[in-house]
Write a protein that binds this ligand. Structure first.
Ligand SMILES: [Zn+2]
Length: 369
């Protein structure tokens, strides 16, 4: 992996990731861009003990632009985008409309009243473009390009974790309009949080309780148990295991763990990194096969969320790096909405049994050449 760092016209950082060393990236951002101001803050919900990020400035962000005005396509034919180069492989840059910003402390003061705890929304939000082709999807990448994305996620995790105030780095992809994606171009995002999000915090509590009661690690026990029983297993690699969780929340949900427990992406070894692209692409292609398109129509693209769970910088030693991949589609043309029970109480009801979902995902194997 070869990385080139540059800056956009408004001072934001941008990084090109290329497979070949010696790739020369010197295009200059020629847009007349003023630095954007951001008033991001985080507020602690005193009832639930969860942080909420308030980023009111994001209302002006780009919303479903026409394909010809996509800000994530390369800059070519006189059209200037967020990426100055006329072509790229994988590129990462700071979001122009971030939820969390490095300079929030300049605009937002800390408040420590028990019922009104407020902090600057210090952190960083980055955009990861997986490919220059506007109509591509992650599942269309070859293994070498998917590996390049993994290398970019890993590099960003290392760099963002080192920033002052950052406690957790979260790499994720939202795919599909049904998920609320506002730009069709294949891309993901990275959030560097100044707090430990509540899901991670709950996992830490559960893993610590498991250690206290069994003397063992929760995630190691979980992966060993799922590898040993075929019911919910989807893929069993040499270094990774993919399964539908016992208490899956979503119609189709798969968790992918390295067999050797590590804290975060930076701790994966070469054998694990080499096997990941093939397994992950296989999973994404299985998702796209769950709801086949009618003959003669465009190939089906299952909407999904793909989320990397990593341990916080400080603590969380019992956590295990893993990826959670799930779709909100439960049948062709039917979505699972988070309604009264889920949104009102965080109590999920799913109408696809996890074992049946696993069987369907096993049967959705991509054709082998
Ligand atoms: Zn595009």
């Amino acid at each position: 992996m070869h990385k080139t760092a540059t800056k956009l016209a408004d001072g934001r950082e941008l990084f090109y990731y290329d497979q070949e060393s010696g790739t020369f990236r010197d295009a200059v951002d020629e847009r007349p861009l003023e630095p954007a101001t951001s008033l991001s803050e985080t507020r602690l919900d005193p009832v639930l003990g969860e942080w909420v990020t308030v980023a009111a400035h994001r209302q002006q962000r780009t919303y479903h632009p026409p394909a010809g005005e996509c800000p994530l396509c390369p800059s070519r034919d006189g059209r200037l985008s967020e990426v100055p180069a006329a072509d790229y492989q994988v590129v990462v840059f700071e979001n122009r409309f971030p939820s969390l910003t490095p300079d929030s402390a300049a605009h937002v003061t800390t408040q420590d009243e028990p019922l009104r705890t407020r902090r600057p929304g210090t952190g960083r939000c980055e955009v990861v473009c997986f490919a220059p082709d506007h109509d591509a999807s992650f599942a269309d990448l070859d293994e070498a390009k998917a590996r390049l994305v993994l290398d970019a996620w890993t590099d960003r995790t290392a760099e963002l974790s080192a920033l002052p105030g950052v406690r957790q780095v979260y790499c994720f992809e939202n795919r599909g309009e049904e998920i609320g994606v506002t730009l069709a171009h294949p891309h993901g995002q990275i959030y560097a949080f100044p707090f430990v999000p509540s899901r991670t915090a709950r996992m830490i509590v559960r893993a610590e309780a498991h250690r206290a009661s069994t003397g063992r690690n929760l995630f190691e026990d979980l992966v060993a148990a799922e590898r040993a029983s075929p019911e919910r297993l989807v893929l069993r690699g040499e270094h990774w295991t993919a399964f539908v969780p016992f208490a899956a929340r979503w119609p189709y949900e798969v968790h992918l763990y390295p067999n050797r427990r590590v804290r975060d992406l930076t701790a994966l070894d070469e054998a694990e990194r080499a096997e990941f692209p093939g397994l992950y692409l296989d999973l994404l292609r299985r998702f796209d096969r769950l709801f086949p398109a009618p003959v003669g129509s465009a190939p089906n693209r299952t909407p999904y969320i793909s989320a990397w769970h990593q341990a916080p910088n400080d603590g969380g030693d019992e956590l295990a790096l893993h990826l959670e991949l799930f779709t909100i589609r439960r049948a062709p043309g039917k979505l699972k909405y988070l309604a009264g029970v889920e949104s009102g109480l965080d109590a999920f009801v799913t109408d696809v049994s996890p074992e049946a979902a696993a069987a369907r995902l096993r049967a959705a194997a991509p054709d082998r050449p």
